[in-house]
Design a protein around this ligand. Structure first.
Ligand SMILES: NC(=O)c1ccc[n+]([C@@H]2O[C@H](COP(=O)([O-])OP(=O)(O)OC[C@H]3O[C@@H](n4cnc5c(N)ncnc54)[C@H](O)[C@@H]3O)[C@@H](O)[C@H]2O)c1
Length: 343
């Protein structure tokens, strides 16, 4: 991996590796942009190899920059990916030490970064970080439910253009990943009468969802991309649609909660295939909006609905792909507000 090349081409400001042997801390902290304000960095704890951790940090931090900018927030984008310590994190004191070590190492960067929870990290973990540095933003609420409701509302706004109607009644939605966001999203769609097809790498999760909601069809993770459907809703851990998979897709809209479901090449391939793609940073922003502004779930989801509506309207007006318009809108706000300089 050519890290400087990657950072330069995508505009990252910094990538810091944090290490503290006694607590088992090994983390990649990426700051993509601090132009609009300190970088909000979701802290993610997952068992993975070093290259995946670096790549995820670079990907997620860029998404966060675009997400905060599009949502009109005065934050930049960051990401902090922790490697799972060899001894695990089941012992509560080991867990405390891990997150306090993270806080202590991040403290010198407090004016540039604000840590918050992401996959595998709880509000209690961030409270440990907060004992060591003021640079935290506790979500203090179940952001996955808020995020999922925002995805549902954003999906409807996009469907108005992609499918000709906002109604989800009878619409076939294939959900990749039956985790916190995927499950809650499926619930909203099911209540409105959508026909759901679900797959999860952990098949028991898809089976549980099918048990909870009548009529949900479960398929394997290899099959879900071949399923004829109207909307494909990726809600997994990222890159669940590879560019080589795009010719298999039989949907008209891709809209889900997942960060980086597609690479940049994948976005272009999807457009070529005649499929509308609503980027992650536009549609999965409700949890972040609620945490950053203290607004409620409906207000946060409404902001996502309005943003997605604006993206699709501008895409139609200028005959440009939605992912190009969304990125341009976010970058334009960063340029304009950044040009004001610091007060
Ligand atoms: N939770 C939030 O508030 C939030 C906010 C914004 C974005 N997101 C993004 O939404 C996505 C889902 O988050 P979550 O909180 O639901 O995580 P989760 O861990 O609760 O669930 C993810 C589920 O997806 C499954 N999965 C992963 N990759 C898959 C694949 N390729 N095929 C099939 N199944 C797959 C996993 O087995 C798991 O059950 C992540 O990309 C996350 O970054 C979450």
């Amino acid at each position: 991996m050519l890290i400087f090349h990657e950072m330069q081409s995508r505009g990252h400001e910094a990538l810091t590796l944090l290490q503290h042997a006694p607590s088992g801390l090994r983390a990649a902290l990426a700051l993509h942009s601090t132009v609009l304000g300190p970088a909000i960095a979701g802290v993610r704890l997952r068992e993975q190899d070093e290259e995946v951790a670096l790549r995820s940090a670079l990907d997620l931090s860029e998404s966060l920059t675009l997400k905060a900018a599009l949502a009109g927030l005065n934050y930049g984008g960051g990401a902090c990916v922790l490697m799972m310590p060899d001894s695990g994190v089941d012992d509560p004191h080991a867990r405390e030490a891990l997150f306090r070590a993270l806080g202590r190492q991040v403290r010198p960067l407090e004016s540039r970064v604000v840590l918050t929870e992401d996959i595998g990290v709880t509000p209690a973990d961030i409270a440990f970080v907060a004992q060591e540095t003021p640079g935290t933003l506790g979500m203090n609420t179940d952001t996955s439910a808020i995020t999922a409701y925002g995805v549902y509302r954003g999906m409807k706004a996009a469907a108005r253009h992609a499918l000709g109607s906002e109604s989800m009644r009878g619409v076939r939605v294939a959900v990749i990943g039956a985790g916190a966001v995927g499950r809650a999203l499926a619930g909203h769609l099911h209540r409105e009468g959508a026909k759901l097809i679900v797959a999860d790498e952990r098949p028991e999760r898809a089976a549980q969802l099918a048990e909870a909601l009548d009529g949900v069809q479960v398929v394997g993770v290899q099959q879900i991309l071949d399923v004829p459907c109207d909307i494909l809703a990726p809600c997994g851990y990222g890159h669940s649609i590879r560019t080589a998979d795009v010719p298999r897709l039989q949907c008209r809209l891709i809209a889900g909660g997942e960060h980086h479901p597609l690479s940049r090449e994948g976005e272009a391939a999807v457009k070529e295939a005649g499929i509308m793609y609503m980027p992650d940073y536009a549609i999965n922003a409700a949890g972040l909006i609620a945490a950053a502004t203290q607004c409620d779930m409906n207000q946060a989801a409404e902001r996502v609905y309005q943003t997605v509506s604006r993206i699709v309207q501008m895409a139609e007006q200028y005959i440009k792909p939605t992912h190009v318009v969304a990125r341009r809108m976010a970058e334009r706000r960063i340029e304009l507000i950044g040009s004001l300089g610091h007060t």
